[in-house]
Design a protein around this ligand. Structure first.
Ligand code: FEO
Ligand code: CA
Ligand code: CA
Ligand code: CA
Length: 600
């Protein structure tokens, strides 16, 4: 049915929130509450969180740390039950444990706090807040030790074999899981992003260098508790090759072994979002590193629309076979007009055409000098040889909900653009030292996501328009928008508005990160309005916006609140705001707990 212009989540935008404010800020008339917090028990035998008595065993039965990707999958016509699926990207040990916890225990807790969670949800009526079900039948934790099956053309190849897994087909764990996407067949994809920081390697090969793998102590020191993270020994040199994939889990089937899809390539995967084009799944994917690339994967086969178990199992194979492409963007304005300041060229737009360059075709390599296994395991090296366009850190990439072939790419920032020895401004990345990021809008030719040509334009060139002339809001009056910086996750509501969550605004425009709505059509196009702000130090992740029965609800994952604090000097007390004097009691905690929150 028709929805009012602007969608069902009506609000007056909030004012930007100064970066030291330790509060969730929502529009007038809205309320918020946590659905689930780091440490809340979700599996049988799980116990209530007690920061002073945390153990690895307890953590493995509890919701993990630093929730990033989020979906709220609503069941049934009444929408009174559902599933929450979240990634736990990384940890902030300095604010999680008392300094008295021994280092081995602390590392094991950190390892168990990584991965993903599936949690049952319940509510009494639509529009009232959810509560999570600690005994949900589908509740699940996936950690850095959960077995995964490798699929696709590189599964079993030499580059993926280790002493512990000579067949090269079974990997333990997932970590660095950043964003993701729920597929049309109901599974959840998750991107393994900064996997390199978890390993100590020899650091000498071209591939190791290209992926940032070094001979230096890893970020969390897991090589001290689990030898496979020390990839200098002969049996484990390939262990880092088993991370950096798109993983797929089936939240409806807690017994299904999660998958790692080699056909979709290996890089610092931000996430993957699937659209159907003529029934065929097409996944858009960003490599979140300065000057790295935008990719897409086109499945060889079409989705089955049945809901029988056999259909579900068939659909879980759709991402095992298909063609992998990398994007090349061309601008249509004279190079001299792209001066690096963000000034619009004389045709009035940062825009142009593009092509998808095949890296694999029909299960074979399309890159001279690379086998298909080499293309898939060392995808960055293959893409380097084909003239792919260097982007300003592609984060989330979201196909439009209803317009065929339209896609939005969040390029979060790239402060190195134009530095000595680095590429300068291009029409698709038009600012030197790009601090605030931009959003690319792609239209696949003829709306065909399976095709190889497209047009593109920049929808937003982000920043605070009050202080920054280089901002652009698709022509919308700049004095009537909310300042926005460092777009990261993007999502659609059912009315066709794009929602953008940010990561990094405190250090650029000086405001807490938040969630923003932007219209895409008619007079609303480019109108950015801030819906919420997260507490000090936090990044806004998710987001999810639902509209039904005449009203909207929004959900975000609040990641790394108070991340620059210490155990003794916490900067955030989100979301419980326990009075400081009570924090010494068992079960009370004066520090932050990354949480999924709901706003209604
Ligand atoms: Fe984990 Fe690219 O942000
Ligand atoms: Ca142009
Ligand atoms: Ca991200
Ligand atoms: Ca981020």
């Amino acid at each position: 049915g028709a929805r009012p212009a602007g969608g069902l989540l009506r609000f007056s935008p909030i004012a930007p929130v100064p970066a030291d404010v330790d509060a969730v800020t929502v529009p007038e008339g809205y309320s918020w509450s946590p659905i689930i917090r780091w440490g809340d028990p979700i599996l049988p035998g799980g116990v209530a969180f007690d920061a002073l008595a945390q153990t690895p065993e307890k953590q493995a039965l509890q919701f993990g740390y630093n929730n990033d990707y989020l979906d709220i999958i609503v069941n049934g016509a009444k929408g009174l039950s559902g599933l929450l699926v979240a990634n736990h990207e990384y940890v902030n040990p300095a604010i999680m444990f008392p300094p008295t916890v021994d280092t081995v225990t602390a590392k094991k807790i950190a390892k168990a706090a990584h991965g993903m969670s599936v949690v049952g949800l319940k509510r009494s009526t639509y529009g009232t807040p959810w509560t999570y079900d600690p005994a949900g039948r589908k509740n699940r934790r996936i950690t850095a030790d959960t077995p995964f099956t490798l699929t696709g053309p590189a599964a079993g190849c030499e580059l993926l074999r280790t002493t512990a897994d000579p067949a090269g087909r079974t990997v333990l764990g997932t970590f660095g899981n950043c964003s993701g996407g729920t597929t049309p067949w109901g599974t959840v994809l998750s991107g393994e992003e900064n996997f390199n920081g978890y390993f100590r390697t020899t650091g000498v090969s071209a591939a190791e260098k290209r992926y940032g793998l070094k001979d230096a102590p890893s970020t969390y020191g897991w090589e001290e508790i689990d030898p496979r993270f020390d990839a200098r020994s002969s049996g484990d040199v390939h262990e880092p090759n088993r991370f950096g994939w798109i993983v797929e889990i089936d939240p409806e089937d807690p017994t299904a072994t999660p998958l790692k899809h080699t056909a979709m390539g290996r890089f610092k995967h931000e996430g993957a979002n699937v659209t159907l084009s003529g029934g065929r799944p097409v996944a858009y994917m960003g490599d979140d590193e300065r000057f790295d690339y935008l990719y897409k994967f086109v499945s060889a086969r079409s989705m089955r629309t049945g809901t029988a178990k056999a259909d579900r199992e068939y659909n879980r194979t759709l991402l095992t076979e298909g063609d992998l492409y990398v994007a090349r963007f061309s601008g249509d304005s004279p190079v001299a007009e792209i001066d690096g300041t963000g000034k619009l060229p004389s045709d009035g737009a940062f825009d142009g055409t593009g092509t998808w360059i095949a890296l694999t075709r029909g299960g074979k390599s399309a890159v001279p000098g690379f086998t298909v296994q080499e293309v898939l395991v060392n995808t960055r090296l293959a893409a380097d040889t084909v003239g792919a366009t260097k982007m300003d850190r592609c984060e989330d990439v979201q196909p439009h909900r209803s317009i065929a072939g339209r896609v939005y790419v969040a390029c979060t920032n790239n402060t190195d653009r134009g530095k000595a020895g680095k590429e300068g401004a291009t029409e698709v990345a038009p600012r030197l030292a790009n601090r605030d990021g931009h959003i690319v809008e792609i239209n696949e030719d003829k709306g065909n996501a399976c095709g190889t040509t497209f047009t593109w334009n920049l929808l937003l060139v982000c920043g605070d328009p009050a202080t920054n002339d280089s901002t652009y809001f698709a022509g919308y009056p700049k004095d009537k928008v909310s300042p926005i910086s460092c777009p990261d996750n993007v999502a659609f509501d059912a009315s066709g508005n794009l929602w953008i969550s940010t990561d990094g605004a405190p250090s650029t425009i000086g405001y807490n990160d938040g969630l923003f709505k932007v219209g895409l059509s008619g007079r609303e196009r480019g109108r950015v309005q801030q819906f919420l702000a997260v507490p000090t130090g936090a990044e806004t992740c998710g987001p999810v916006v639902h509209e039904r029965d005449g009203r909207g609800m929004a959900y975000v994952a609040v990641q790394h609140p108070g991340e620059d604090g210490t155990w003794d000097a916490q900067l955030s007390r989100f979301p419980d705001y326990v009075p400081v004097g009570q924090a010494a009691k068992p079960g009370q905690f004066a520090g932050p707990r990354p949480s999924v929150i709901q706003v209604w």
